[in-house]
Ligand binder design. Structure first.
Ligand SMILES: Cc1cc2nc3c(=O)[nH]c(=O)nc-3n(C[C@H](O)[C@H](O)[C@H](O)COP(=O)(O)OP(=O)(O)OC[C@H]3O[C@@H](n4cnc5c(N)ncnc54)[C@H](O)[C@@H]3O)c2cc1C
Length: 396
């Protein structure tokens, strides 16, 4: 290929979404450039501590990674299936979701971010026709039949289609003039891993409490759990200032289920916000992952949405008419149309839940506790919700 021939696809951002779409695009036979700094990708020793960034990914996301030949490279000893989820309201009401009852092998799979990045990086390395460029995106310019990307350091790359996978603060999105509205939840998520005294049996626990926020304990392999505590700002600051005290603060909730907790690593804190973009596409441009949407993590769905974007872009590219180039506006419209509803629904649902469970008035308390009990008493609706969360590709 001559240096002036545009790539078919240039992906900006080598996070999970970017690596996945770059590998998938190259596997479709498209000449693909992946632009962005590379994360450290060493295989963790079996005994190495678990990454503090962990994801609960839906069965449909695992299916995508499987199709991209990534999942087989993920160390099975470092992933944990979630068989059941128990959700507790502040009135003591409980809602539970059970994979067995929905005839699914699992509700979700817990995997470390570092392990996902390592497996994706390996798949990208094997993908024929994938060129990695470790520079940072700086600016873009529309040309007659391509987009030219200028990278920091002076390099430039042209492509028929640019995929922005450069995260919540996407510079590509801004350079393309696509507006994004940011709403701050006045909350931060504290994440940390713990050893637990008793086996968790693959159960994830979540507590909703208007004073303390949303506390999730997700099962990790062995007798370990991972905490995601979305706390009001002041409490989050106090928790972050005393990470050693986290285990004792959690003991009242965790003790009856998994026994005492012991810290097994540092805690990290993430400010929580929602980002809504004006459009998911531009001229010869598609946004995927956090560049396209950021939602509250209480449902553990941000990356799942991002991987569903990836799956849809790949589906549209694979099914395109021979004479359409990958940046054709018709293809971009197909992508945008098919993602509008799932992204909108998830944004609405996570936002409504975050707001409902942050309010401490009697009416909100009544609504959420009645809601939990009513839903718990409706097994068919629960099964429908589980199947919806599992994604369209989940097979019973
Ligand atoms: C506390 C917490 C818990 C969560 N738990 C879950 C969960 O259980 N399940 C789930 O599905 N989701 C979860 N999420 C959401 C998930 O973390 C994000 O949706 C996901 O990480 C987004 O991935 P991404 O690849 O789109 O973006 P990122 O991970 O942000 O990757 C963006 C990449 O772009 C690169 N980049 C940035 N700027 C440039 C540039 N100018 N040039 C080149 N490269 C650039 C960056 O270096 C990075 O590699 C959680 C989020 C939080 C905060």
């Amino acid at each position: 290929m001559s240096p002036s021939t545009p790539f078919d696809v240039a992906v900006v951002g080598a996070g999970v979404a970017g690596l996945a779409i770059a590998a998938g695009s190259a596997q479709l036979g498209l000449r693909t450039a992946l632009i962005g700094p590379r994360a450290p990708v060493a295989r963790a020793e079996r005994s190495a501590p678990f990454d503090v960034r962990i994801y609960a990914i839906a069965p449909s996301a695992v299916d995508l990674l499987d199709r991209l030949k990534v999942w087989a490279a993920v160390d099975a000893a470092r992933v944990q299936p979630v068989a059941k989820m128990r959700v507790f309201g502040d009135g003591g009401n409980e809602l539970s979701f059970d994979a067995y009852q929905a005839a699914l092998p699992r509700l979700a799979t817990i995997v470390e971010e570092s392990e996902l990045l390592r497996a994706l990086d390996a798949a990208a390395g094997f993908a024929p026709g994938l060129t990695r460029i470790e520079g940072a995106f700086d600016a873009l310019q529309q040309e007659a039949d391509a987009v030219r990307l200028a990278l920091a350091g002076g390099q430039s790359v042209a492509a028929r289609l640019v995929v922005a996978a450069d995260g919540a603060r996407s510079a590509v999105r801004a350079a393309a003039g696509i507006g994004a509205q940011e709403l701050h939840y006045e909350q931060a998520a504290i994440v940390a891993n713990f050893a637990c005294e008793r086996p968790h049996h693959g159960v994830a626990f979540q507590w909703f409490d208007p004073a303390e926020g949303v506390i999730a304990l997700l099962p990790l392999p062995g007798e370990r759990v991972s905490l995601v505590w979305s706390a009001p700002r002041l409490l989050a600051e106090a928790l972050a200032a005393d990470p050693g005290g986290l285990a004792s603060r959690l003991s009242g909730r965790a003790q009856p289920h998994v026994g005492a907790l012991t810290s097994i690593g540092p805690a990290q804190s993430f400010p929580l916000r929602r980002i809504t973009v004006d459009r998911m596409v531009g001229r010869r441009l598609a946004l995927v992952g956090d560049a396209a949407h950021v939602v509250h993590p209480l449902a553990g769905q941000g990356l799942n949405l991002g991987l569903a974007d990836v799956s849809e872009v790949l589906r549209v590219l694979a099914g395109r008419e021979d004479w359409r180039d990958p940046g054709d506006a018709v293809l971009l419209r197909r992508y945008e149309r098919s993602r509008a509803e799932p992204v909108g629904l998830m944004r609405l649902a996570t936002h409504a839940l975050a707001r409902l469970f942050a309010r401490d008035d009697a009416l909100s308390r009544e609504v959420r506790n009645l809601g939990l009990s009513a839903l718990n008493a409706l097994p068919p609706l629960k099964t429908a919700l589980i199947r919806h969360a599992a994604g369209p590709l989940a097979r019973p």
